[in-house]
Design a protein around this ligand. Structure first.
Ligand code: CP
Length: 306
């Protein structure tokens, strides 16, 4: 394993499988009445969040605490960032407090990469701009593996606002490493120019792809990142690219539905599809804790997961 986890491309197939297998062992520990392990006692994990988060921030905190690490939570809101303090000076301040790992979410693509030059500890990317969210891809792969077994040759369809999605990019990279066949489905306006270089297929026809999919991962339409009209109306988007009950019925009986959250219910996904037994959306949140435990444990070189 590399010292940092900044991109899903940092992971070889062996690295990714080691993280997923370790997460599986840690999931067994999480089912015990006492969920805490002494593995990272004496280590300090700093959660450095410059952008809003519910799932990622809470699950990294839970993961570090279950491994007995000391946890410092930093939120840009209410900090000296509002007085103009730079990322570098913020990082050096945290460095002075002895961080062994810094988990960072930032609105700027590339911020974790910059941070890795300034701190001695491991840097974990918890989402940078529209670039990457590698631990989301890991927890998604873990969730798929638990439902479907090996991902080798599995047909994974990722649908929606790929242009603004760090989740899509990290998933495409990781799933390709794990041997899955990924198809992106989106309106042409919501695909990045570089998508032709990604290890995946592209389609504009969701109805044609659904019957061949083992997994359908819906992406949130990221209205807060849109500075132009990318589709005629929400109703039109939903009609062409939303997963409603009729489209859900076109999927194979054992195919699963995923969404990284937060969801726009009724837009990219219908409420009854999101809440169906074939949806893994709540499982993904729970699996986020064990997967992030595995990442922290392996990066910080814990002794034993038992
Ligand atoms: N999936 C995800 O990153 O959710 P949060 O923004 O709530 O962390």
């Amino acid at each position: 394993m590399n010292k940092h986890l900044i991109s899903a491309a940092d992971l070889s197939k062996d690295d990714a499988l080691l993280i997923l297998d370790t997460a599986e062992e840690l999931a067994a520990v999480s089912e015990r009445s006492i969920k805490k392990l002494p593995t990272l006692r004496g280590r300090t994990v700093v959660n450095l969040f410059f952008e809003d988060s519910t799932r990622t921030r809470i699950s990294f905190e839970a993961a570090a605490k279950r491994l007995s690490a000391d946890v410092i939570n930093f939120s840009a809101k209410g900090s000296s960032v509002s007085k103009g303090e730079s990322l570098k000076d913020t990082a050096l301040t945290l460095e002075a407090m002895g961080a062994d790992a810094v988990v960072i979410r930032h609105g700027a693509s590339g911020a974790p990469h910059r941070l890795a030059n300034w701190v001695r500890g491991s840097v974990v990317n918890a989402g940078d701009g529209t670039h990457e969210h590698p631990t989301q891809a890991l927890l998604d792969a873990f969730s798929m593996r638990r439902r479907l077994g090996s991902l080798e040759g599995r047909k994974i369809t990722i649908v929606g606002d790929v242009l603004h999605s760090r989740v899509a990019r990290s998933n495409v990279l990781l799933l390709a490493t794990l041997g899955a066949d990924v198809t992106l489905v989106a309106p042409p306006t919501l695909l990045p120019v570089s998508v032709g270089t990604w290890p995946c297929e592209v389609s504009y026809d969701l109805d044609a792809v659904l019957p061949k999919s083992d997994v359908v991962m819906m992406l949130r339409v990221q209205k807060e990142r849109m500075n132009a009209a990318y589709f005629p109306s929400e109703r039109e988007y939903s009609r062409r690219y939303g997963l409603d009950r009729d489209r859900f019925a076109k999927m194979p009986d054992d195919a699963i539905v995923m969404h990284p959250g937060p969801m726009n219910r009724g837009m990219e996904i219908a409420a009854d599809v999101a809440d169906s037994p074939r949806s893994t959306i709540v499982e993904q949140v729970a699996n986020g804790v064990t997967t992030r435990m595995a990442v922290l444990y392996l990066l910080l070189g814990g002794e034993s997961a038992q």
